[in-house]
Ligand binder design. Structure first.
Ligand code: NAD
Length: 489
């Protein structure tokens, strides 16, 4: 249970340090109950223009990019203190809007706070390079500067979590920001924008416009005054954004979809592997970009392993996200539930064997943890991102077999390996084509570690020093020492 009780909140945009009333509204019905949990502003291109102008002014003339790194760090640490105070409330907002277990939402907020702390450290450690002996007696300085106005486009599955993977790094670098959360889960972004402004981020340096992808996201991507777009969402939307951004030559970073493998070798600690495999695919009801949705299990242990896994999957607590024992919450929307159930039907039609689950729970937006065995690489449930609690199992022999199956996907976000053999662990870690690899653990993240995808899972990295540097530009400065020879001789 939580100490916080929320009434239905009505959010405006957050522009130039103030909440701005909505011209249109989006009613958010909580996925777990079907009841109204919040009202968001349905932004327009005009709202985007106002927010981008505020961010542009704050970048070109405001104090934020011109503060020292240490001064920005102090403000970010004040944000950390303010976030700690409001953590339970923000977690509750995400739990209600996403339909995710409150205790998982608490973890997301704690993760976001960790990013603010780490970004504060990075803000104090911005440096370039110096070349002291270039030809003709010149010196070279490579400066690192803030990239400018950054648009942060955020999906619905981890509203505060993914906000945390972007916003503090942008601010630490000295960028000013317009954030656009998902139209389904906008509450925490507006709350955090207000909170960080109260903590000392100056007016205009951090703005939020809520609303639909088109027009709000689209207008941000097309705006000539936005220098950098950091997008997390589906591969299809990422492709549209890449095309739209090309017209204005802005930089983009894309964190997209996945179809990650969870690979269990016969020599694994099977207790850990069962536990970790369940978590890898059913955490956040499978609405997780790195979910280990393809279980690749070594033939020698496959029957026993799948038996154990199916039994444990059937014991997971599915239902009320606010209950203390909730493990698997609701899916985000009726449309998405329909999509997930269509993949369950497709698995059956294509000849996979349903081991457990496969049904809606109590007619709500809850789906039983579902496992298919006998899945082949040609089947849609092996190839396509389902984004729900559905695991597709296939079998392999040896390292070569595991690598071939795991890499047989258009995606490359994350892969998990369970083995006690160090050679197997290291050769798998090297040969898997994905931005993250977990060995005997799954879905871990840490602020210090960059995160992102190979192939159709995107390009660019967020988090870590690489994610921070994405919000910077390099400038090469040459300086001649003393009088130089005349140019034309
Ligand atoms: P989505 O692509 O539908 O939407 C993501 C965001 O983009 C939302 O804020 C949306 O309003 C906005 N948007 C939609 N159309 C737009 C447009 N034309 N221009 C600009 N913005 C637009 O994704 P979703 O359904 O919210 O999230 C689920 C997807 O996100 C899954 O595919 C998942 O794998 C992916 N995801 C990836 C990561 C990662 O780090 N790689 C993390 C979480 C989720």
């Amino acid at each position: 249970m939580s100490s916080v009780e929320l009434t239905v909140r009505e959010y405006g945009h957050f522009i130039d340090g103030e909440e701005v009333a909505a011209t249109g509204q989006i009613d958010r019905l909580g996925p777990a109950t079907g009841e109204l949990v919040a009202r968001f502003a349905a932004g327009t291109a005009t709202d985007v223009e106002a927010a981008v102008s505020a961010a542009r002014r704050a970048f070109d003339r405001g104090p934020w990019p011109r503060l020292s790194g240490a001064e920005r760090a102090r403000v970010l640490l004040d944000c950390v203190a303010a976030l700690h105070e409001r953590a339970e409330e923000i977690a509750m907002i995400d739990a209600l809007e996403v339909g995710k277990p409150l205790r998982q939402a608490r973890g997301d907020v704690a993760g976001a706070i960790g990013h603010f702390e780490y970004a504060a450290a990075l803000a104090q450690d911005i440096h370039g390079e110096t070349f002291t002996d270039l030809e003709n007696g010149r010196m070279g300085f490579v400066f690192r500067e803030p990239a400018g106005v950054a648009a942060l486009i955020i999906p619905w599955n981890f509203p505060a979590g993914i906000f945390g993977q972007k916003a503090p790094y942008a601010l630490a670098a000295g960028c000013t920001v317009v954030a656009k959360p998902s139209e389904l889960t906008s509450g925490s972004a507006v709350e955090i924008a207000r909170l960080i402004t109260e903590a000392g981020v100056p007016a205009g340096a951090f703005n939020v416009v809520t609303g639909y992808g088109d027009p709000v996201g689209q207008a941000l991507v097309e705006s000539p005054d936005v220098d950098f777009v950091s997008f997390t969402g589906s591969t299809a939307t990422g492709q549209r954004i890449a095309a739209a951004a090309a017209g204005s030559h802005k930089r983009i970073a894309l964190e997209l979809g996945g179809k990650s493998a969870n690979i269990v070798f016969a020599d694994a600690d099977l207790d850990d592997a069962v536990d970790g495999s369940l978590f890898s695919v059913f955490y956040n009801a499978g609405e997780c970009c790195v979910a280990g949705t393809r279980l690749l299990v070594e033939e020698a242990i496959a029957d026993e392993f799948l038996d154990r896994l199916a039994r444990r999957a059937g014991e997971l607590t599915v239902g009320d996200p606010l209950a203390d024992d909730a493990q698997v919450g609701a899916l985000i929307s009726p449309d998405h539930l329909e999509k997930v159930m269509s993949y369950v039907a497709s698995g059956k039609e294509e000849g996979a064997r349903l081991l457990t689950g496969g049904a809606q729970v109590d007619g709500g937006l809850f789906v039983e943890p579902t496992i298919f065995d006998g899945v082949t690489p040609q089947m849609r449930i092996f190839r396509e991102e389902i984004f729900g609690p559905v695991l597709s199992a296939a079998r392999f022999e040896g390292v070569e077999g595991a690598v071939a199956l795991a890499n047989d996907t258009p995606y490359g976000l994350g892969n998990t390996v369970w083995t006690k053999n160090v050679d197997t662990a290291l050769s798998m870690a090297k040969r898997l084509r994905s931005g993250s690899v977990w060995v005997n653990t799954s879905l871990d993240t840490a602020p210090q570690m960059p995160f992102g995808g190979f192939k159709a899972s995107g390009h660019g990295r967020e988090m870590g020093r690489a994610g921070f540097e994405a919000f910077t530009e390099l400038k090469s400065c040459y300086i001649a020492i003393g009088k130089r020879d005349p140019y034309f001789g």
